[in-house]
Design a protein around this ligand. Structure first.
Ligand SMILES: NC(=O)c1ccc[n+]([C@@H]2O[C@H](COP(=O)([O-])OP(=O)(O)OC[C@H]3O[C@@H](n4cnc5c(N)ncnc54)[C@H](OP(=O)(O)O)[C@@H]3O)[C@@H](O)[C@H]2O)c1
Length: 310
């Protein structure tokens, strides 16, 4: 089977398509034909040797990125009853999604409901889980509150805008002008160009800041949070910096690392099936063009999600 791997940390050209044996199947596992794998900033950061992801795999190279997939079940292990060959499945992985075939624990992936496209299911798991957990578990967002979402047109942000609206919050979305109509179409109440200082200064303070950019940008936006308000800063590499900058302002900032929760994922995909949540897929690349997909995600200006097609 074909698999996209890195043999060493480095730039996108480190991604090479290899031919490898399909893994054996254990009794509690399923074999899945990958149709689409989501491409996320963590894939590129880990490929580059940055952050906790790279620490975790530095002694396990070659390594195949890919933390979320959608595919069709090819084969089930002897003890598996929750999936059948032919089922469409999706969900989170611990890596290895950039592969034609995957062998995973049967309960790692969930069924894709009728009415949800393969592409939308592929792009939902990582960004949707992060948006939901950031807004609710970490951010404690309540109906009637104002929430500021940076990188609102990106993978996590465009889902966070919709979920925050669904929770009854007033959403202030930051994005470049080319994304303003898109952000309004997702339900944002106010849209502001993050480069427009006057626009930012005129913004009324918020109860929650969902920081999807971190670093200097995250620190600069802290002054727009009400005293006693909350910040969830999502990029892990700069979380300590934002948390330290928030404290003297009387604002409580926390970092987060998304975790797998199949009940939440089932609710998110049901929301997609009921047209309450839309996953915007802006581009699909063939598996062999993974390097181009990584270069795109590294621009920091991707709208919605990009996918690799297996
Ligand atoms: N801790 C966790 O568990 C976890 C989970 C998921 C993601 N993350 C991290 O969260 C971050 C966001 O992930 P993502 O997948 O949403 O990224 P993404 O899709 O690459 O985000 C792209 C978006 O960022 C916007 N953007 C770029 N610079 C900006 C700025 N200075 N201010 C406001 N918006 C800006 C762009 O808007 P324009 O095109 O309009 O300029 C674009 O829409 C990444 O750092 C990722 O690694 C962490």
């Amino acid at each position: 089977m074909k698999q996209l791997v890195i043999k060493a940390f480095g730039d996108a050209s480190q991604l090479v398509l290899t031919e490898t044996d399909a893994p054996a199947l254990a009794a509690d596992q399923i074999r899945v034909r990958m149709h689409y794998a989501g491409v996320n900033p963590i894939d590129a950061k880990t490929r580059a040797g940055l952050g906790w992801g790279a620490q975790a795999i530095k002694d396990k190279l070659p390594w195949s990125p890919g933390f979320e997939v959608m595919g069709t079940v090819l084969e089930v292990g002897a003890e598996v009853s929750i999936h059948q060959p032919g089922d469409r499945v999706f969900g989170l992985l611990t890596g290895g999604g950039y592969s034609e075939q995957l062998v995973v624990a049967a309960d790692a992936l969930l069924p894709v409901p009728a009415g949800v496209s393969d592409e939308m299911a592929a792009g939902l798991a990582l960004a949707g889980t992060t948006a939901w957990q950031g807004l609710t578990e970490h951010g404690g967002l309540q109906a009637g509150e104002r929430v500021l979402i940076s990188a609102a047109a990106g993978g996590v942000g465009h889902l966070a805008v919709q979920l925050a609206k669904d929770l009854g919050a007033a959403v202030v979305a930051l994005g470049s002008p080319a994304n303003h109509d898109f952000l309004r179409s997702l339900g944002a109440d106010e849209v502001i160009d993050y480069r427009d200082q006057a626009g930012l200064e005129a913004m009324a303070p918020v109860d929650l800041f969902f920081d999807l950019v971190g670093g200097t940008s995250g620190c600069a936006l802290l002054s727009h949070v009400k005293s006693g308000g909350r910040v969830v800063t999502v990029p892990t590499i700069t979380a300590d910096k934002v948390i330290a900058a928030a404290e003297p302002l009387g604002v409580k900032a926390t970092g987060m690392l998304k975790h797998q929760d199949n009940q939440q994922l089932a609710q998110l995909v049901q929301a997609v099936a009921e047209r309450r949540l839309k996953v915007e897929v802006s581009q699909v690349y063939p598996l062999a063009e993974g390097a181009a997909a990584h270069r795109q995600i590294e621009t920091g200006h991707t709208r919605g999600k990009i996918l690799l097609q297996g």
